[in-house]
Design a binder for this molecule. Structure first.
Ligand code: T4K
Length: 385
């Protein structure tokens, strides 16, 4: 008998640091009465990130969306940007906000990241950059994309919103490509309530980003670039510092949760579990995406989605609908063939994964999934679904 959870289980939940320690540092902010505009806490957070990532080439922002938008602005692109349809809509918004045209290219069916072969085939004289996404923290096919970008002399930008803490062959994921954006939104493993980070290869960007996120001011009377307001404030920086401090234990805990899911769902027919792991990658275990193959599972993805939600498990369909199928992009973009993305968007479902999710809760969630599958053969359960 499957009983609903009494309290909803969200798809994610932010980690919150111990309040006492946080409060003690808030007092310093109160005493200084310095709340934003490159304050001392932001500088501490910047230094902590430089240490963690082993590079001074980084810049903090108010959120990931503005960070990405500013990254594209700094590159002074024109024409088209090759990108993925299987992403959060902010990736595409950052392109169109810069008056650039997104060209959607299909994804790799295994890792959900841009398919490099299709990227190469989509390049035209109007192409000015490649913007790829490390979907659910899985690294893109880095070498192939780097090779294409260098042969065609195109900047390679990564939306690494999901990938903070990921390392490939011992290198932080942000050290690949020309620029990477990380989101520090509350729903992310490493968060600052709202926040974003750019890491970049070219040290000259540091000054450009400094201007672009603060209206372009060089000093009180000089404005050198048409910037915006995209600054992270002191309270956000303080949260970021406290969460960053705990990053490794947080990843370890998520790794355990991930393994509980794998143990219990591996042999369920019709479920595709998250992409296989490479021994060269240190993952951050930020998400647990599954694909539902209706024929062999017994329910389609949407039936399972409603079944879980009725039992108070607030699973999410990241990323459905695909970006080119959203109202604001449906008519405006060059039509591409996107069969893999369309299939994945129809089948994908994100199960809850966050720090604090217990083994008992994971077991109940898995039992619910299995019961969903069994309901096809059980008329009573079928009616309930
Ligand atoms: N690129 C990619 C690939 C991205 O995934 C994102 C953001 C971006 C760019 C842009 O970065 P930011 O500008 O956001 O820094 C959420 C997040 O708002 C968004 O940051 C994230 N991706 C996206 C994948 O997920 P929603 O609309 O699903 O959020 P929401 O409010 O429904 O929250 C999801 C669940 O999280 C809730 O059911 C409960 C839990 N939650 C949420 C919040 C905000 C909490 O427990 N506490 C909270 O404070 O977009």
């Amino acid at each position: 008998m499957i009983t609903p959870f009494q309290k909803p289980i969200p798809v994610t939940r932010p980690y919150l640091p111990p309040l006492d320690r946080f409060r003690a540092e808030l007092e310093t902010i109160w005493e200084n009465a310095w709340l934003t505009n490159n304050g001392p806490t932001l500088q501490r957070f910047t230094t902590a990130l430089e240490k963690r990532l082993g590079t001074p080439h980084l810049s903090l922002f108010a959120n990931g969306t503005l960070a990405l938008q500013i990254a594209l602005q700094a590159l002074q692109l024109s024409g088209e940007v090759i990108t993925t349809p299987f992403t959060f809509v902010a990736t595409t918004h950052a392109i169109t906000q810069n008056r650039l045209q997104p060209v959607f290219v299909d994804i790799d069916p295994e890792f959900y990241t841009l398919d490099p072969n299709r990227v190469e085939a989509a390049i035209t004289p109007r192409t000015s950059a490649i913007l790829a996404v490390h979907v659910f923290g899985h690294p893109c096919r880095l070498e192939e994309l780097a090779d294409i970008a260098s042969r065609h002399q195109l900047p390679l930008i990564y939306d690494a919103a999901h990938a903070f803490g990921v390392e490939v062959a011992g290198r932080p994921i942000g050290s690949f490509g020309d620029l990477s954006m990380f989101s520090f939104h509350a729903t992310k493993l490493c968060h600052s309530v709202e926040g974003g980070l750019l890491t970049f290869a070219d040290p000259q960007f540091k000054e450009v980003f400094h201007y672009l996120k603060n209206f372009g001011f060089r000093n009180e009377v000089e404005v050198v670039l048409p910037g915006t307001n995209a600054k992270m404030n002191e309270l956000e920086a303080l949260m970021g510092l406290h969460v960053l401090e705990q990053l490794d234990p947080l990843i370890e805990e998520r790794k355990r949760i991930h393994s509980w899911y794998l143990e219990q769902l591996t042999s369920v027919p019709g479920l595709r579990l998250p992409p296989r792991h490479s021994p060269h990658v240190r993952y951050n275990h930020a998400y647990f995406p599954i694909e539902v193959e209706a024929g062999s599972f017994g329910m389609d993805r949407d039936e399972l989605y409603h079944w879980m939600r009725r039992h108070n498990v607030l699973v999410r369909r990241y990323f459905y609908p695909l970006v080119p199928e959203l109202d604001c992009y449906r008519d405006s973009t060059r039509k591409q063939e996107l069969p893999v993305s369309q299939q994945v968007a129809r089948r994908i479902l994100n199960l809850p994964l966050y720090n604090g999710l217990t083994e008992d809760e994971v077991t109940r969630i898995c039992e619910m999934v299995v019961a969903g599958s069994a309901s096809q053969h059980n008329p009573r359960l079928r009616r309930a679904a």
